[in-house]
Design a binder for this molecule. Sequence first.
Ligand SMILES: Nc1nc2c(ncn2[C@@H]2O[C@H](COP(=O)(O)OP(=O)(O)OP(=O)(O)O)[C@@H](O)[C@H]2O)c(=O)[nH]1
Ligand SMILES: [Mg+2]
Length: 239
Amino acid sequence: MNLCIVIPTYNEINNIETLIKRIKANTKDIKLLVLFVDDNSPDNTSQEITRVSNKYNSNNFKISLIKRKNKQGLGTAYIEGFQKVIDMNKFSHLLQMDADLSHNPKYIKNFIRNMDGKSLIIGSRYIKKGSTPDWSFQRRIISKFGNLYLKIMLGSNINDYTTGYNLIKIDVLKKINLQKINSRGYSFLAELKYKIYTIDNNVVEIPITFNDRKFGKSKLPKSTIPATLILPFKLKNNK
Ligand SMILES: Nc1nc2c(ncn2[C@@H]2O[C@H](COP(=O)(O)OP(=O)(O)OP(=O)(O)O)[C@@H](O)[C@H]2O)c(=O)[nH]1
Ligand SMILES: [Mg+2]
């Protein structure tokens, strides 16, 4: 297996070194590329990525960086990263994850262990043993019911549409017209999963505990939540 981890960053300077150290510690037996997509973060995240790359790069562990001119959002950062991974033409799978350590690198081996034959493995907060212990009651309810709504409306067996911790088979990703995905934020993550599911429904969820970030601020505008509610109508009409 050849795995690439794609990580979008915006103002994550205090998370980069710990993240890299922990990814490396959890992927000792495999060859890996970590591809960051940074939107010219004003806190100099990209310089930090370069510094840390020089420190941790080895034969089996490479770090690479796409620098974009300005903040263009999570969805387009992923699209640019995915396209680069497809064009490199040497990976069978990619893992998408956040930079802020909410996605614990200890789960990477569980993704890899489960990946045979799957189009998508979802790091899920909404199956048995998955959790969001740091969240307020209100945030938990909004996210949980939003995800239940998507599952019912889209008629799939996916319990966590909006998680950003997922392993994707590249052959399936190649069949999606990435440029046509114009959803933003949480909606992007949901649309991507649904598109993969409709191409190959061999999708599984593995449990994750999602912990709140310790450093830096949240960037995903909660204003993308209403768009997520409209998404099922948009996707069904585009068929
Ligand atoms: N390149 C790029 N990355 C982004 C952008 N917006 C968010 N990100 C990254 O996407 C990931 C998820 O964003 P977060 O702000 O952590 O969103 P969240 O996890 O829903 O919010 P919190 O729970 O508050 O952390 C992080 O790694 C961010 O740095 C963007 O516009 N461009
Ligand atoms: Mg976060």
